[in-house]
Design a protein around this ligand. Structure first.
Ligand SMILES: O=P(O)(O)O[C@H]1O[C@H](CO)[C@@H](O)[C@H]1O
Ligand SMILES: O=c1cc[nH]c(=O)[nH]1
Length: 265
């Protein structure tokens, strides 16, 4: 983008102080981003979300980071930024968006069900994450819990209920290596009640805690390794797209509630 000037763009920094230069990766400046931000991993999902937002404009696009800002149908300013796959890029997005004004973040991701009762196309509200990511360990020791913001989690649950969408809730398994399965760990986590598996919640929850911004998450399932009958690809896609649309509805309704100060405290 024309605004980018690498000679002025800082490299690694540790503070949260506002900067006039565009952020190195998301390429946003203060004013580009609303306080409430949806965080899909997939840039295509960012585009699909923006397509449903009145007055949405493409703010920046660089690498996996595609940023839109618009309003919900109820008029709440909201931004959307894709984080790419995995903790490293998710941490970069969260760090840089927080520096330019994001304060309340909702991951809207895809996931695989990890309980037999989590059908394809289910909604899962993540209350916490098992930290099998590498990035969060760069921030705090592994004993530190990766926990979703309580107010965001309650707002997501209330919004899903109000919209009439069933949902699961619980701990999710955030892991780095998509194609590497550990059957022993999988069994242990399923027995411990882990609901779904994905790749960014642990990083986002921990970085949110360290940087003092709020992070919650809602996921739509596109698979479940525990199902005896795996539906054909077209059916999986249909079920996921339906759940994805519901997930976006829920997240935007939660943004409206949060912006109106819906918390009981
Ligand atoms: O659909 P998104 O939000 O990218 O989330 C999931 O999909 C990707 C893997 O296919 C990982 O990023 C995982 O967390
Ligand atoms: O990590 C992921 C994301 C989506 N679906 C999965 O099965 N796993």
């Amino acid at each position: 983008m024309a605004r980018q000037d690498f000679s002025q763009t800082p490299g690694e920094t540790t503070g949260l102080q506002p900067q006039v230069e565009p952020q190195r990766h998301v390429r946003c400046v203060p004013g580009d981003v609303a306080p409430h931000v949806l965080l899909p991993g997939d840039p295509g999902r960012a585009q699909r979300i923006a397509a449903g937002l009145p007055e949405a404009r493409l703010v920046a696009q660089n690498r996996e980071f595609v940023v839109y800002t618009g309003r919900t149908r109820a008029g709440t300013p909201v931004s959307v930024c894709s984080t790419g796959i995995g903790g490293p890029s998710a941490s970069i997005a969260l760090e840089e968006l927080a520096r330019v004004g994001g304060t309340c973040f909702i991951r809207v991701g895809s996931a695989g069900g990890r309980q037999p009762g989590v059908a394809l196309g289910s909604l899962v509200i993540a209350t916490a994450a098992y930290r099998a990511d590498g990035t969060s360990r760069a921030y705090v020791p592994p004993e530190f819990p990766a926990v979703a913001d309580l107010g965001i989690t309650l707002a997501l649950a209330r919004a899903a209920r109000r919209l009439g969408y069933a949902f699961h809730h619980g701990i999710v398994f955030s892991r780095d290596a998509f194609y590497r399965q550990d059957p022993g760990l999988n069994r242990q986590l399923t027995e411990a009640g882990v609901v779904a598996s994905e790749q960014e919640c642990a990083t986002l929850f921990v970085v949110g805690a360290v940087r003092g911004v709020r992070v919650g998450a809602i996921l739509a399932t596109d698979s479940n390794i525990l199902l005896e009958r795996q539906p054909p690809a077209a059916e999986r896609e249909r079920l996921f797209r339906q759940a994805e649309a519901q997930m976006i509805d829920v997240a935007l309704a939660a943004v409206d509630d949060l912006a109106q100060g819906s918390e009981p405290w």
